[in-house]
Design a protein around this ligand. Structure first.
Ligand SMILES: Nc1ncnc2c1ncn2[C@@H]1O[C@H](COP(=O)(O)OP(=O)(O)OP(=O)(O)O)[C@@H](O)[C@H]1O
Length: 583
């Protein structure tokens, strides 16, 4: 176990210290009451030896019952208070993690893996909740139980008391031994269950592929394997539990027997009253639960500790791309002038940069294509413009402003990025379209849909703009998805529009119409990344990238007349089109 992060525990508990203190106070009351009850019972029994007075006995019994009831109520209160703090910290942490995740750049989320991030935001946070709720409560309770009960027992008969609780460390050791195994088995069972649900989810999403390739039997086998693993994990856990609990009961019964055997000797010799013996029995019984629980608590501390660190590591991760602390004020829509001055972008951990010393200028209102072989850095350029990857100061300028000096919010209002695969949220089509501007009215939404040539498709949808799309909604075709993503970006009305192969699934005539409309209506600068050189031919200018470098720049005709990458790519495209036409 690493060093106990008391600093973190304190930090999480600080906002709730009053509640925690109240909870602890309640625990003190509970433990005082639970020590006083056996002492009262002892007095009643001893008084009975001197003669039976019904009224006195009834009065004492009523008092004991009242104390027991108060104790139950206060115990409940202490649990509600301390467990409530655990739940509150859990809710706060989840919110904090979620807010923090939204600050991270997309590349980090992709490289870390959503499974890892989700596990930290859920299971680790739950372990922290158990540490701050259950573990804190039970540790305090055990400490108080021993601190108050043991002196009371020793005052009755020290040797008998020590003999009775002498076996209790054995109980602790047993729980520690089995508890560790139980936790590992619990984790294995959870993982097996997660594996099972992952497979169901994946197979349901990929059901078409399973059918096309006739892989039902393979998938059934895979499922049977995971199902078996889950069953074995669950059985293993049940076996450990059903060994541990009888063992604990056994140790506690031996303690009791020892107490009765030795105590009856003391009774016979008159060194112990019946009341003393009964009180000792009640005390010994009372210590069983806190002792056994201490073992589980130590395990909870151990896992909670690891989880605390994992959650903290996540929360301390600084996003690579952050808003400047003193951003330039930007009050109006810009003109969409863009300039790259020696732009160089390197992905974290990459051997070589994805963009190297790229320089170019775009005048407001220009339509410029970016082309180049696969992996030459086109998408990276699009990401750099929206600062989805880190850009060095002074290398990228929009309307004369260094992009790193603009707040990320302002920058992203100036640059609308349309990716090849626009993500659709499970919501109405209208809400998906107004995602970047939730207050946009229906007229604006309709205008954007018209500009992106999506209107005709929407008329064919069951509920028009109210049609549910995304995971749980209707499936849109590739072209419809792309035009939806484009309309979403148009609605934001940014002066610089970056299309990352965003019209690849749209036919050439429609794509040309869309481009004509969107550049004409609002005076936008458009940077169009494309795999199709025929689309680039219609642009004002073409930038040609190769191996992350800008190798050519000019109009389509000009570039064709020059020996170089563009002419090579063009020849290749023509050849493959001829092949397609022939075949
Ligand atoms: N998140 C990332 N981390 C590390 N390297 C990356 C990352 N994304 C892209 N790269 C690398 O950077 C280089 C440029 O990639 P980029 O996606 O910009 O190329 P592209 O021209 O858009 O490719 P394509 O034509 O396939 O769309 C490639 O070598 C790619 O492997």
């Amino acid at each position: 176990m690493g060093a106990l992060r008391l600093d973190l525990i304190r930090r999480y508990l600080r906002p709730h210290r009053r509640t925690v203190l109240f909870g602890m106070g309640a625990l003190v009351v509970v433990n005082l009451l639970s020590v006083s009850i056996p002492l009262l019972v002892r007095r009643v029994i001893d008084d009975l030896q001197d003669g039976f007075a019904l009224r006195d006995v009834l009065a004492q019994a009523a008092l004991i019952m009242a104390l027991a009831t108060v104790m139950g109520g206060v115990r409940l209160l202490s649990r509600l208070l301390v467990f409530g703090v655990g739940r509150q910290v859990e809710a706060d942490l989840k919110q904090q993690i979620f807010d923090h995740l939204l600050l991270q750049e997309p590349g980090w989320v992709q490289s870390t893996g959503s499974g890892e991030v989700i596990s930290r935001a859920t299971s680790d946070v739950e372990n922290v909740r158990r540490l701050l709720g259950f573990a804190v409560l039970s540790l305090t309770n055990t400490a108080l139980a021993y601190a108050l009960t043991l002196p009371a027992m020793l005052s009755i008969d020290p040797w008998l008391s020590l003999a009775a609780v002498g076996l209790y460390p054995l109980m602790l050791v047993t729980v520690r031994m089995f508890g560790g195994r139980m936790m590992r088995q619990q984790r294995r069972q959870q993982e097996a269950l997660a594996g099972l649900s992952d497979l169901i989810q994946e197979d349901l999403s990929g059901i078409s592929a399973i059918k096309i390739y006739g892989q039902e039997a393979t998938e059934q086998q895979a499922f049977a394997g995971r199902n078996r693993r889950y069953r074995d994990a669950a059985l293993g856990l049940a076996r450990t539990r059903s060994t541990l609990f009888p063992l604990l009961e056994g140790i506690s019964s031996i303690s009791l027997l020892l107490l009765l055997a030795l105590g009856s000797g003391q009774l016979a010799s008159g060194r112990l009253s019946i009341g003393d013996l009964v009180a000792l029995i009640l005390f010994v019984e009372r210590l069983v639960f806190p002792t056994a629980l201490l073992g589980f608590t130590l395990n909870t501390f151990q896992t909670g500790q690891v989880s605390l660190e994992r959650v903290q590591e996540l929360l301390e991760r600084r996003p690579l791309v952050e808003s400047p602390t003193d951003p330039l004020p930007l009050r109006r829509r810009g003109h969409g002038a863009l300039e790259a001055r020696g732009l160089t972008v390197r992905y974290p951990g990459a051997q070589r940069p994805a963009l190297v010393d790229v320089s170019f200028r775009l005048q407001p209102g220009e339509l410029v294509a970016v082309v180049g072989p696969v992996g030459c850095g086109k998408t990276t350029l699009a990401r750099a413009l929206g600062r989805m990857v880190e850009v060095e100061p002074g290398e990228l300028w929009i309307d004369g402003n260094d992009v790193t000096r603009l707040s990320l919010g302002d920058l992203r209002r100036q640059v609308a990025l349309v990716p090849q695969e626009g993500y659709l949220f499970t919501a109405s089509l209208a809400d998906n379209l107004r995602y970047g501007d939730p207050d946009a009215d229906l007229a604006a939404v309709e205008q954007a849909a018209r500009q992106a040539r999506l209107e005709g498709d929407i008329k064919g949808f069951p509920d028009g703009y109210r049609t549910l799309v995304g995971e749980r909604g209707i499936t849109l075709s590739g072209g419809q998805r792309q035009r939806t993503a484009l309309a979403r970006a148009l609605l934001v009305d940014a002066p610089l529009l970056v299309l990352d192969d965003a019209l690849a699934s749209v036919d050439n005539t429609t794509a040309a119409e869309i481009l004509r409309t969107i550049r004409g209506e609002q005076g936008r600068t458009i940077l169009m990344i494309s795999h199709q050189l025929s689309a680039a031919a219609a642009c004002d200018r073409v930038l040609v990238l190769e191996d992350g470098r800008l190798v050519q720049e000019g109009h389509h005709e000009e570039l064709l007349a020059t020996r170089g990458t563009y002419r090579r790519l063009w020849a290749r495209e023509q050849a493959s089109e001829q092949l397609r036409a022939a075949g």
